[in-house]
Design a protein around this ligand. Sequence first.
Ligand code: PMP
Length: 396
Amino acid sequence: MSSHTLQKFLTENLEELKGKGLYNVIDPVEGANGPTITIAGRTLINLSSNNYLGLATDSRLINACNEATKKYGVGAGAVRTINGTLDIHVKLEEKLAEFKHTEAAIAYQSGFNCNMAAISAVMDKHDAILSDELNHASIIDGCRLSKAKTIRYNHSDMEDLRAKAKEATSSGLYNKVMVITDGVFSMDGDIAKLPEIVAIAEEFDLITYVDDAHGSGVLGNGAGTVKHFGLSDKVDFQIGTLSKAIGVVGGYVAGRKDLIDWLKVRSRPFLFSTAVTPGAAASCIEAITILMTSTELQTKLWENADYLKKGLKKLGFDIGHSETPITPCIIGEETKTQEFSKRLNEEGVYAKSIVFPTVPQGTGRVRNMPTAAHTKEMLDEALTVYEKVGKEMGII
Ligand code: PMP
């Protein structure tokens, strides 16, 4: 018999969410998450995946995964610090360091886990963290877990960051102060002002932490936002995920060797949770090798992103101020945004709506993620649907 208090809690809260239209219904994808997807038997043009380079279905990664699975089996067998560190995990970490131009790297089970692990391994209740107000949920949770004082600064507002850095470092209240930012902001596609952030960090001796989940594989010839600005030796923590452009699963920190040594003995998900499967590690190594030897996929990604952006803008949609392939179509009102996404779906385009609380109230949007795997024909078809639904709903 289930607890009455739990039952009451679940019924009340689920009903409230459903009543407000905020209960997210999940549609399982029947098959690969490629440039098209099949949901409930219907094949749609997919503009919602983070599979930027199409590597999730690349035969080279699939072969690497199969070979490693044959050799090592499907699971690592133990946590990293017992005997679950397979040589393929070490190879992945060496490859990541090479990819990010750092002394060393440490791999985690996901990007989310990585932020929970890395922030709390270094920061504690005697410290402060300056965090961009639009940083990802995993950064927010990582900061909370650390118990450091989190001070939010206005999005990419360098005057605000500078003033808060000055105040925090001169207050005498904190042992260490860190500045944390996404490299590319996931809901708007704008790039963090890293040269200014690094300059402020140097002025006030801040620890620098950049989560480049959406920049790696996309900017800096694939190496990411930090490399894009030529700041590889100026950022203490370079965080990334292996689930977006790399196409697989996992997360990592790249940085100086002593930092990585510390994370290996003090970050709890490394110590107490089993690593990614050998097959996943092998696929990631293959993906990074591809990224380090060719820019073909990035060139295709940017061509497709430019094409879609120009097309949507020409039709009259508000695509915000994106500087990367992430292309929002800002609709505004929440229910209208959801209706727009639903109509796109009915017409053959899968582009998910993103509304409050993920983005501020009144800035609901449909977020488009063009990839290297889309063809021009697919993008043209999507634009035709956008035009039809946009006109029908009075958005353009
Ligand atoms: N950080 C940022 C900035 C992200 O956008 C995401 C992905 N939603 C993550 C971390 C989490 O990455 P993962 O899906 O690998 O856990």
